[in-house]
Design a binder for this molecule. Structure first.
Ligand SMILES: Nc1ncnc2c1ncn2[C@@H]1O[C@H](COP(=O)(O)OP(=O)(O)OP(=O)(O)O)[C@@H](O)[C@H]1O
Ligand SMILES: [Mg+2]
Length: 336
């Protein structure tokens, strides 16, 4: 362990999956970002941009036959790629926990949710069965689960989607992880519960110094919650930077388009990003240059070479425009 190393450093992460007939496809390409202690970073991008795959790679949970993970994922300086299963399992739950996009990925249908959280607690802490159950009930209560004692005795299928989500979040938070990866933790929840959960994430950071990688399609949630933000587009980083700078002056046309798609603060938020004209390319059909070029109003000849990330103030941007000294106008950045 390196005391000076960032909590999490992802460098040039490339995830390659088999695509049939001997071909392969890079789902995620050369993605780099880091997370310091007690920091909340947003990971945003349209559906299919590689957010969940990046998260699963950090958790060591991509085990599809033929999958290749290249680059480096270091946790407190320790390389996670290639780490043996036992060491990874010891880290997961105690140091690194994940709230999955689909609660049923984390919960087994054959045990009550209380039993599952008890076991998670007991795997990492010296607790009696009764002590674990008391903590489980307390955690469920903190998640806003009504009648938590009774809910603990329920099987996942006996709970509503929102309650299942909260039970899974309770399980992820049970050991106060140093790093929490939260993949769309509030998507299935109504606005009030969503606010409670976001509050809880902020408290986790404040009270325990935990860092959170918050995956969301909701730029409103990012604005309220994240210190820094990384924007993914078609498996590549388009831009990162401090959230306030990125919102004030997005440097990548795609970031600007995402900001244009922020739903109104009042009323229900859509579960997916409102549509941006066109669609991201499938990983197998990515153009050789800038992946966003086909949808970008500014596409020109320099975009036919893949842009690398360049520092622009406190931001880093994979776009030739800022490098050419051209700032984006505030709105209407997309070709229809
Ligand atoms: N098991 C798999 N085999 C092949 N391709 C996959 C597999 N899982 C995901 N993909 C592809 O990988 C890409 C990234 O998927 P990923 O689930 O990481 O997207 P995401 O950003 O989390 O999207 P969403 O917002 O919908 O959750 C997509 O193009 C998807 O089709
Ligand atoms: Mg996902």
């Amino acid at each position: 362990m390196d005391a000076d190393a960032p909590l999490l450093a992802v460098d040039n992460l490339t995830i390659t999956l088999p695509a049939g007939r001997g071909r392969t496809v890079d789902i995620v390409e050369n993605v780099s970002f880091r997370l310091d202690g007690a920091e909340i970073m947003g990971l945003v991008g349209e559906s299919g941009s590689g957010k969940s795959m990046s998260a699963l790679a950090i958790m060591g949970l991509i085990d599809a036959p033929g999958a290749r993970i290249a680059g480096s994922i270091r946790f407190r300086g320790r390389e996670l790629i290639g780490l043996d299963r036992r060491a990874l399992r010891a880290l997961r739950g105690a140091e690194i926990a994940m709230i999955f996009q689909d609660p049923m990925t984390a919960l087994t249908p054959v045990h009550t949710v209380g039993w599952q959280i008890d076991e998670q607690l007991r795997a990492h802490q010296p607790l009696s069965r009764a002590g674990a159950r008391a903590r489980t009930v307390e955690l469920l209560g903190e998640m806003g689960v009504p009648d938590p004692r009774r809910a603990a005795d329920r099987y996942p299928h006996q709970l509503s989607g929102g309650l299942r989500q909260r039970a899974m979040i309770a399980m992820a938070l049970s050991c106060n992880p140093s790093l929490l990866i939260a993949d769309e933790p509030t998507t299935a929840l109504d606005v009030t519960v969503q606010a409670q959960i976001l509050d809880l994430l902020r408290r986790l950071r404040q009270d325990f110094g935990s860092s959170i990688l918050l995956i969301t399609h909701d730029m409103g949630v990012v604005a309220e919650t994240c210190d820094r933000t990384t924007v993914l587009y078609s498996g590549n980083v388009a831009e990162h930077g401090p959230t306030d700078a990125l919102f004030r002056q997005p440097a990548h046309p795609y970031t600007a388009a995402l900001l244009d798609s922020i739903p109104p603060l009042r009323g229900t938020r859509p579960r997916r990003l409102p549509s941006i004209p066109g669609a991201p390319p499938a990983p197998s059909a990515r153009p050789p240059g800038c992946p966003f070029q086909p949808r970008c109003a500014y596409g020109h000849v320099a975009c036919e070479t893949r842009p690398s990330l360049l520092p622009i103030g406190a931001q880093q941007v994979a776009c030739v425009l800022p490098a050419e000294g051209r700032a984006l106008p505030p709105r209407a950045v997309l070709s229809a």
